[in-house]
Structure formats: structure tokens, C-alpha cells
Design a binder for this molecule. Structure first.
Ligand code: PMP
Length: 728
């Protein structure tokens, strides 16, 4: 103390009383003048070399110049003597309290991350040769520290230590490829002060461990040390990262490394302790607890698992998990059978209008999705959903206007006899209910569907879905695709099995059958035969409803059909689940009386709000008219394209549901060519389409209804280019 007071007076001309502050290597003193001014005197460690000291002084000057508002001490004066026997610095005194476990909360950890990020932004342009100093604490040196692993007493822990060091050895080339700069590198609780009664950092101290290192080391060190010092549990570490990433956006590749870096830092603590216990007994005690905690932290990290932790850290940093990691996680959680589009699966994170954006920010033209009927994330629909969800989300067993408003709006668009609704949550459910109504009403049990039709996933409806496998149920008969008209044949076959038709289900766009254009009179004739045999006609408008054909609000109108039941799904809620069965009210009442059908979520207030908003937007933005005009233009352009490419055969469909048949020397080649176009469009042209049909060789073009001419041009140019590369 007397020494500090003497230096203060002799070197800095300050008459003070001194008190000791903490410090790992350097000695730090709080100085107080008689008139109440506070300073800090730092007496550098005798072992510190001149460049290291100069680096610490330079960085304080740099911060003062670049970002004076950072909570970092100011350098007032310094004295360096040869031999460094008494190198000192006079610094401003930073007020604040030490960080304690009790003081740590989400907001504080966020602020800690944010302040470190701000410091790193400030340090971006800082350079000093001493940043190349070799520090035992630098995880990149871990493989070298391994020679002390023999000093780790527990064999199990030793194996863990060796394995983590091995990982670090393998990661070194990857670490050298990361963006690197000067970092503080030692943001542990002992180097931080906090504002009393506030969740924020009042000081970042001690620049003695500054190094040039990958930027991610900064949050990694602090996360590690908070864990080792038991200041924050594993579950709270994302807060640090969240705060950091707000100030300094991180790269996904950096976040992917955090698990290994944090593990490595724990192992460094264990090895430094092991070394000191052999070579530096007095230094051992400080690390005793830290080393024990580090072993505990390794256990906690392992128990929580790399994948879930990395996932949480990505979420906090706003970065995206690597596609490979996502794929394996997906396989583990959803099973290998869960279908994925495209050879290079897409990781989409955002949609807007006809555009989708992947995790890297790449933009894709969406020519596939019909669920976002009025465009991805349409603000009118989003707001309607938000407003209703924040007010009331109950079911249809209470009185509520919006479901009635919605039913009115829908039925007003339908032929007068279709005047009663049942609300469900999906196309499959709507078809399942329609099937039950048809059986109940007709007393028959036979189902008729088109070859390769798709109607959904419930047990009954899956049997009515030859697209996913031909039904072996004797009550199901498929009708051959038009123009061959074999309704009579199918009904006859069914009769032979002992069944009469309860219903014909028909998607009038014949989407999954390959988007076909049957002769105008065909469907009316088929419906006539079904009715004559006692069956009802169910128009499955899940694909074609809501104006997609451009010419008619409903697909069945376009084919001159008067259905007994209409089923709706996909586009109704613009992504919010909503399905409807619409039939003569009498049918619905009789069915309800017998079965008392109720769907918990079906027609809930939020779904109704979404449905109403979609209808509003369709009218405001004249989207059916757009489907008509853009669809006609697109079809024309596709016809021109087809004329120029041998591999493109027919263009079919209307409005914004079009199919382009792709040819090949045989069916397999045709399918492969279609796949080639679909994948090339996604990967090279960033245009998303699908393939369809029994042979999988029909390009399926079915964009949101806001698709415009300019988008059509992009699509046609992309198909042109991709088709030209077939076989190359
Ligand atoms: N019918 C048709 C014509 C469909 O295209 C689909 C979905 N592809 C369904 C029914 C089933 O709808 P969901 O997936 O909502 O159950």
C-alpha cells in the first residue's frame, strides 16, 4: 500500500491513500485523493514484457479514440522503466459491483454479450504485435497442453480431456479460416463490474489476455467462464450470445463451433490446474474449484448434447444450423421416411408474396405453393390472425360471429343448394367427413375416384387415394383417366364386388393425375352415371378452389358440374389450418343428428379470421382476375417454349395451375428429365416447382395467386435454360 502511495506521488504527483484491488498477475490499487477523486494504479506483473504492457496501454488509447462510451478504463498516465521492474499505469476508476451469481439474470447476460460485441467492433481496427502472445488459456494451444494430461488423476476425466484435445487438433485448420481480430479474450466475471441495482455492465477490465483470435472466441470464452464459475447455467448461455449477435452478427459456421470451443475451454482449465498442482502450488488453490467446476461443466455439456445446444445457440444468434446438422436432426426426430423436396434440400426461413428466402438469405421464386394463396405472409391475413389470436381462440360450441360471416361469404359463392357448412382443419378431414355423409345419406358403401387421385390421409380417404398406392379395398373403384370414359365399367366392377357407389370424389383439375384437360362434356357425363347408380358427387376443391382456375371461383363450375358436396382446404387460411365441408343443409343436419360431429379446432375463431382475410385480399387485389390473365400469359409462353424443346411435350391446365409434360425415350427417362428440370430450377435458377402425375414427368406450376407476368417470365426463362441442359 505504501509502495502504491509512493508511486502515485512520485510518478503521477497525486497524494492519495491506496487500497488493494484484485488482480491475477498485475497488482491493482484504488487510489483516493484527499478531495475525494478516485484512480486506479496498475503495477504490471514483473514477468510482463514491454510489448505486452505496450499493447495494454495502446488498446486503452484506441478505445478512448474509437468508442469513448465503452465501459473501459481511460489511461491517464503511464511509466515504463527499463527492466520493467516497476511499470505502472494510472487509470480512471470504474465504479461498479463485482458480478455475483445472485446478480446474474437474462438482462445482465444480454448486456454482457452486447458490450463485448461493441468492444469487438471497436477493436476491429486495432493491431499490436503482442497480440500474437502465446497464452495457456488459448484453446488453440490445447493439443500442446495435452502433455500434462497424465497429471489428471481420474482416468475417466483424462480420457475426456484427451478426446476434447483431439477434436481441437482436428479443428485447427477450420479455426484458421475464421474471421479473426484483436479480442479481449478474457471476459470472465472477475474482469467485469456491474451497475448496482441494474442489469447492465459498468466495466470491462484487464486487457492483459488480449490476443488475435477468431472473433467467436470472444463470446465462447465468456460463455465458458460463466459456466465454469457457476455464474450462469448452461440454459442461460444463449442470452450472452443473443446480446452479442445483436451488436455483431455471427456466422452460422462460427456458432457451429461453440460446442467444441466451450468444451475445450473447460479442458484447458482442468489442464492448467493439473499443471499448476505440479509446478506452481500457490497458484493451485485459485483453480481448485474452477477445475472441479470445469469437470462438472463437461458433464453438463455432454448430457445436454451438442445438437440441442447448438440448436439453441443458433436460435439465439439468429443463425441457421448447417444443412447437414439439420438433416441428421430431422432424420432422428421425424424418421428417414419424411419426404423432402429437391436433391439439395432447402432450408427456408421466410416468405413474402411469391418469394421464399433460405437461411443464407437467397431468394427463391415460389411457383409451387398454393397454401399461401394470397402470397406468403400477407400482412392483412397475418394481422387478422394476430388480432383474433390475441382476443379469443375458442371452438364452435360458443356463439361467435366470424365463423358465421365466413360461412355466409363461402356459401354466397356456391350454388344455392350448397348452404350448410362443417368446419374442420384439413383437406383430408373434409374429405373424410364428406365420405361419412355420403355413406350415411345414400346407404351405399362404394367409393369412386380417378386413377392416381389424391384425396388425403385418413384411413378411409387414404383408401380413396390411389396416388399413394392402389387400394385393395373392394369398395374402392378407380375411373380411368379421360378421355376414356369408363364410369359404367367402374360402377359395374363395384357392383360385382357387392357395392353400390356412395360417392365419386373428384378434383376437377385432375392435379395428381397429371393436371389434365378432359373434354368439356366428360365430367358431367361421369357425374350422371354415378348419380344414376345412387351415388353423390363430391367436388374436392382443395386444389382448385378459390379462383385458381382464373375463369371460375370453383373448379367444378369450369367443368359444368353441380356437386352434392364440396370439400375445401389448403388455400383457405393462407397457411392457417382450415378445412370445410359444404353440402345441402338438410344432409348436414341429418348427419349431425345421428353422429354429433364436432372438431375441436375446426372453425375456431382464429381460423375464421384467417379465412375471411383471405377472401378480402382476393377481392381487394383481384386475384382471380390475376390468375386468369397471368395464367393465360404463362400458358402462352410455355407453349412457345414447348415448340422449341423436344423434351417438352404438352402444356396443360388453366389459370395458375399448369402442367408441362416432359418427354424422354421411355417413362424412366421422362421422369428423370422432369427431375432434372425441377432440381436445376431450384439449385441454379432459384425457382421452385414440383413434379406430378402417375409417371412423375409433369412439371407442376402452382404459384401463389399474386404471381405476375414478370414472375412468369423468370419462370419460363429458367425452364428454358434448365431444359437445354437435359442429358448434359
Ligand atoms: N384433396 C386434394 C385434391 C389435395 O391435393 C390434398 C392435399 N394435397 C388433399 C385433399 C388433402 O389435404 P390435406 O393435406 O390438407 O389433408
Amino acid at each position: 500500500m505504501a509502495e502504491a502511495e509512493r508511486i502515485a506521488l512520485e510518478t503521477y504527483g497525486l497524494a492519495v491513500s491506496a487500497s488493494m484491488l484484485s488482480g491475477e498477475r498485475d497488482s491493482n490499487f484504488r487510489l483516493r485523493t484527499a478531495d475525494g477523486r478516485d484512480f486506479v494504479l496498475k503495477i504490471f506483473d514483473a514477468a510482463a514484457d514491454a510489448p505486452t504492457i505496450d499493447c495494454q496501454l495502446s488498446v486503452l488509447r484506441h478505445v478512448a479514440e474509437q468508442d469513448p462510451a465503452l465501459p473501459v478504463p481511460r489511461l491517464i498516465g503511464h511509466a515504463i522503466r527499463d527492466g520493467a521492474e516497476c511499470s505502472t499505469a494510472l487509470l480512471t476508476f470504474m465504479p461498479g459491483q463485482p458480478v455475483t451469481e445472485q446478480a446474474v439474470n437474462d438482462a445482465l447476460l444480454m448486456d454482457l454479450g452486447a458490450q463485448l460485441a461493441r468492444l469487438d467492433r471497436c477493436l476491429r481496427g486495432f493491431f499490436h504485435p503482442a497480440l500474437a502472445q502465446v497464452l495457456a488459456w488459448d484453446v488453440r494451444g490445447l493439443p500442446k497442453l495435452l502433455e500434462f494430461s497424465g497429471l489428471v488423476r481420474s482416468a475417466a476425466l483424462r480420457r475426456r480431456v484427451e478426446s476434447v484435445a483431439g477434436v481441437m487438433q482436428r479443428l485447427l485448420p477450420q479455426l484458421r479460416a475464421l474471421r479473426s481480430q484483436a479480442i479481449h479474450g478474457d471476459g470472465h466475471a472477475g474482469n467485469l463490474l456491474i451497475h448496482a441495482n441494474a442489469s447492465s455492465i459498468s466495466a470491462i477490465l484487464d486487457f492483459g489476455d488480449m490476443i488475435h483470435a477468431p472473433l467467436i472466441f470472444e463470446p465462447a470464452v465468456t460463455m465458458s467462464e460463466m459456466l465454469t464459475d457457476r455464474m450462469a447455467p448452461l440454459a442461460c448461455l444463449p442470452d450472452i450470445l443473443r446480446g452479442y449477435a445483436r451488436g455483431e452478427p455471427l456466422h452460422a459456421a462460427e456458432v457451429e463451433l461453440l460446442y467444441d470451443l466451450i468444451n475445450a475451454r473447460q479442458v484447458v482449465t482442468i489442464l492448467v490446474h493439473a499443471w499448476r498442482s505440479r509446478h506452481d502450488r500457490p497458484g493451485t488453490r485459485i483453480l481448485e474449484q474452477a477445475s472441479e467446476n470445469a469437470a462438472g461443466a463437461l458433464d453438463a455439456l455432454e448430457a445436454a448434447g451438442r445438437e440441442p445446444l447448438t440448436h439453441a445457440w443458433h436460435a439465439a444468434a439468429g443463425t441457421a444450423a448447417a444443412p447437414k446438422a439439420l438433416l441428421s436432426r430431422r432424420r432422428r426426430l421425424l424418421g428417414a421416411g419424411a419426404e423432402l423436396f429437391y436433391d439439395q434440400p432447402l432450408h427456408l426461413v421466410r416468405g413474402e408474396g411469391v418469394w421464399l428466402f433460405d437461411a443464407e438469405g437467397e431468394r427463391y421464386l415460389d411457383v409451387y405453393n398454393n397454401v399461401p394463396h394470397v402470397g406468403h405472409a400477407h400482412p392483412t391475413v397475418v394481422q387478422a390472425i394476430q388480432r383474433q389470436a390475441s382476443t379469443l381462440a375458442t371452438h364452435t360450441r360458443y356463439l361467435h360471429e366470424s365463423i358465421l360471416d365466413y360461412a355466409e361469404r363461402l356459401t354466397a359463392k356456391l350454388p344455392p343448394h350448397l348452404d350448410g357448412c362443417i368446419f374442420v382443419n384439413s383437406g383430408s378431414e373434409a374429405n373424410d367427413v364428406a365420405w361419412r355423409i355420403a355413406k350415411f345419406t345414400t346407404g351405399n358403401r362404394g367409393g369412386l375416384v380417378m386413377e392416381h387421385a389424391y384425396h388425403g390421409i385418413t384411413d378411409a380417404v387414404a383408401a380413396l387415394t390411389p396416388a399413394t398406392g392402389k387400394s385393395k379395398d373392394p369398395w374402392v373403384q378407380t375411373l380411368a383417366l379421360p378421355p376414356a370414359n369408363d364410369a359404367d365399367h367402374a360402377i359395374g366392377m363395384q357392383a360385382k364386388n357387392g357395392f353400390a357407389p356412395a360417392a365419386l370424389f373428384i378434383d376437377s383439375a385432375l392435379t395428381s393425375s397429371g393436371i389434365l384437360d378432359p373434354p368439356a362434356a366428360w365430367l358431367g357425363a361421369v357425374a350422371g352415371r354415378v348419380r344414376a347408380a345412387g351415388g353423390l358427387v363430391v367436388a374436392d376443391e382443395v386444389q382448385y378452389g378459390l379462383g385458381r382456375s382464373g375463369s371460375n371461383f370453383w373448379g367444378f363450375e369450369r367443368r359444368g358440374l353441380e356437386p352434392d358436396i364440396v370439400t375445401l382446404g389448403k388455400p383457405l387460411g393462407n397457411g392457417f389450418p382450415l378445412g370445410v365441408v359444404i353440402a345441402r343443409r338438410r344432409l348436414i343436419e341429418d348427419f349431425q343428428e345421428k353422429f354429433g360431429l364436432f372438431s375441436t379446432f375446426g372453425g375456431n375463431a382464429v381460423a375464421a379470421a384467417a379465412g375471411l382475410a383471405v377472401l378480402d385480399v382476393m377481392e381487394q387485389e383481384q386475384l382471380m382476375q390475376n390468375a386468369h390473365a397471368t395464367g393465360a400469359y404463362l400458358r402462352e409462353q410455355l407453349e412457345l417454349l414447348r415448340a422449341g424443346h423436344e423434351s417438352l411435350r404438352a402444356v396443360r391446365g388453366a389459370g395458375l395451375l399448369l402442367g408441362v409434360e416432359v418427354a424422354g425415350i421411355d417413362a424412366n427417362a421422362a421422369r428423370a428429365n422432369a427431375r432434372h428440370i425441377v432440381n436445376t430450377l431450384a439449385s441454379r435458377h432459384r425457382v421452385l416447382i414440383g413434379s406430378e402425375g402417375p409417371g412423375g414427368n409433369v412439371l407442376k406450376l402452382r404459384p401463389p395467386m399474386t404471381f405476375s407476368r414478370e414472375h412468369a417470365d423468370l419462370l419460363v426463362a429458367a425452364i428454358d435454360a434448365a431444359t437445354a441442359t437435359i442429358g448434359r
